[in-house]
Design a binder for this molecule. Structure first.
Ligand code: OAD
Length: 245
């Protein structure tokens, strides 16, 4: 059982505007792999420059498509965990709540969170790499990368790759929320990827109380007001129960 300081409980009871930034750690208990955990992280096994950049896709579209197709299948067959549901409960209790996620698995949607900003896209969506048209349906024949029905361009996952910009509206809304909230949670993220990582610092500079929930300390830990180290699927439900019963 986590011991939550009375100051934090009181703050959350009264809070009217809260932001939570989530990363791959939140979905770890749903069976999805994180990126940077030393043994089990995706980037321990694969090189991002081979699979998650526009150049990688131009060089070997089939390799990249197949890797994301596999991850899409895994994401589709996974289920939200207690951490995702605790964030839904938090949203129900706080007048203004913004969930900013770096995750592309869509599990916050499945859990029932409403106000979500997906900074890195959504692996369940597919769009044309040429004209940008979203595809509802596609055919993977003979292992080829499927093509756009409109312009015949190659289809790609609607995720943000390294060297690409984040969706502008989502990022602007995230910065705005971070800079105006009273409490900012950083949950299940190593805090190593920009610009998402800078949101906690922006929130702190603008006067928010920053709370970290992560399996292990991160570079953000020395700068937060409260840090809880353990599984988000255990700590978040305990916190929600302690605050809103
Ligand atoms: P990382 O893999 O970098 O960090 C995940 C963090 O979650 C680590 O600090 C783990 O210790 C922690 N963690 C693991 N299991 C946990 C659990 N059950 N409960 C709480 N914490 C846990 O993933 P992100 O920070 O999300 O970008 O990575 C950011 C971005 O880098 C990703 O969105 C992805 C990646 O490259 C793109 O693909 C564009």
């Amino acid at each position: 059982m986590t011991n939550f300081p009375p100051d934090l409980i009181q703050l959350l009871t009264k809070a009217t505007h809260v932001v939570a930034l989530t990363g791959a750690g939140v979905s770890q208990e749903s069976g999805l792999r994180t990126f940077r955990d030393a043994q089990s992280g995706l980037w321990a096994q694969y090189r991002p420059e081979d699979l998650a950049t526009p150049r990688a896709f131009a060089r070997d579209p089939k390799l990249v498509w197949n890797w994301y197709a596999h991850r899409r299948k895994v994401a589709k067959s996974s289920h939200p965990n207690a951490g995702h549901y605790a964030l839904v409960e938090m949203e129900r209790n706080i007048p203004e709540f913004t969930l900013i996620t770096q995750n592309v698995d869509g599990l916050h949607h499945v859990a029932g969170s409403k106000h979500i900003l997906e900074l890195h896209g959504n692996i369940l969506n597919v769009r044309c790499s040429q004209c940008g048209t979203f595809a509802d349906d596609w055919h993977e024949e003979a292992g080829n990368v499927p093509r756009c029905a409109k312009c015949n361009g190659l289809l790609r996952p609607d995720v943000v790759w390294f060297e690409e910009s984040l969706p502008r509206e989502q990022l602007e809304a995230a910065v705005q929320a971070a800079c105006t909230c009273q409490v900012f949670f950083s949950i299940g993220t190593s805090g190593l990827v920009q610009p998402a990582a800078s949101l906690a610092h922006a929130a702190r500079t603008e006067g928010a109380v920053v709370v970290e929930v992560n399996a292990e300390p991160t570079p953000l830990t020395p700068r937060v007001d409260f840090a809880f180290h353990g599984k988000s699927g255990e700590i978040l439900p305990e916190l929600v129960k302690a605050v809103w019963g």
